[in-house]
Design a binder for this molecule. Structure first.
Ligand code: SUD
Ligand code: ADP
Length: 265
């Protein structure tokens, strides 16, 4: 059994404030992108087999163990993972891989198991990937509302450096807090124009790595709209008016790092 584990971008990410537990209250819009990793599962008599990077700490391994325990299933699974997405880039790569494993295991070994809490225990972005598409998220990212959005050509770019999520959040200052996003206005402007969104984590990321501002300038210079850092970075995305325009922009970005064109939503 095989499945695409799509990337996600945040069509806006507003940090509203800091919660008593130290996490930050978010308002964001997740959107899946047609570029991603590939996850393959094969049933085996028992146990979980995965030979890739991070071994037992890999999110695909952890997702399989969680599901099989929750389902109380004696069967096992061999997992193969073909990575296409850069890691810790804000594209939800590992989170998407984990969700793909949960969804495939539910087909392979059906059981009355609610995948949502299992997903949430693996990371804030994992529940979104159980739904896919486009969804508004509040809280830490767990309160999801599916949205209808047009499919739009998009360019993803990652030139490094690795920016660990905890480090970016640690850099957030009170002056980075903003009001909630205007979700309807964002969806209305996706097909053309500049969506009225922002990513509150750009300020902290640019303070940590000022050179990232050059990435944004370069992508805008290629004519892309709504250029924004995704999640806690350091990947960026931009919207195009046709797939050809997106492919041309991705080609122009390739000498600077990892670049892909695909469909949003
Ligand atoms: C930023 C987002 C946007 O979707 O993810 P990415 O898209 O970049 O992966 C999420 O908020 C990533 O949430 P999550 O997956 O839980 O973060 P982790 O990588 O586990 O990092 C955990 C650390 O980040 C900080 N953190 C995380 C989420 C949040 N809402 N507030 C926080 O302050 C906390 O210090 C926490 O200890
Ligand atoms: N299958 C996986 N793919 C990518 N990263 C993984 C995976 N399993 C565990 N990890 C760890 O999880 C971290 C975050 O993964 P990822 O979801 O790619 O980040 P982001 O959501 O920022 O794109 C990585 O730094 C890596 O150490």
């Amino acid at each position: 059994m095989e499945r695409l584990a799509p990337a996600k971008v945040n069509l806006g990410l507003s940090v509203l404030g800091r919660r008593p537990d130290g996490y930050h209250e978010l308002h964001t819009v997740f959107a899946q992108v047609s570029v991603g990793d590939r996850v393959r599962l094969e049933p085996i008599p028992e146990g979980v087999e995965f030979k890739g990077k991070y071994g037992k700490r890999n999110l695909v391994y952890r997702a399989a163990v969680l599901y099989l325990e929750a389902a109380g299933w004696p069967g096992g699974v061999r997992i193969e993972l073909e990575k296409e997405l850069p890691e810790a880039a804000g594209l939800g790569g590992g989170s998407s891989d984990a969700a793909a494993v949960l969804l495939m295991l539910q087909e392979l070994y059906p059981a009355e198991v609610d995948l949502f809490p299992l997903a949430l225990s693996l990371g804030a972005d994992v529940p979104f990937f159980l739904l896919g598409g486009v969804a508004e998220a509040r809280g830490v990212g767990e309160a999801l509302r599916p949205l209808k959005a047009p499919r739009v050509p998009v360019v993803l770019f990652y030139g490094g450096p690795r920016l660990p999520t905890p480090r970016v959040y640690a850099e957030v200052k009170p002056h980075d807090y903003r009001e909630p996003l205007d979700v309807e206005a964002i969806l209305a402007a996706l097909a053309e124009g500049e969506p009225p969104y922002w990513n509150s984590l750009e300020g902290p990321a640019f303070r940590l790595r000022p050179e990232l501002q050059e990435v944004k300038r370069r992508m805008r210079g290629l004519g892309l709209r709504g250029v924004l850092m995704s999640g806690s970075g350091s990947s960026f995305f931009g919207l195009a008016s046709s797939l050809e325009e997106a492919q041309e922009a991705a080609r122009a970005l390739r000498p600077f790092g990892w670049a892909r064109a695909g469909w949003l939503g």
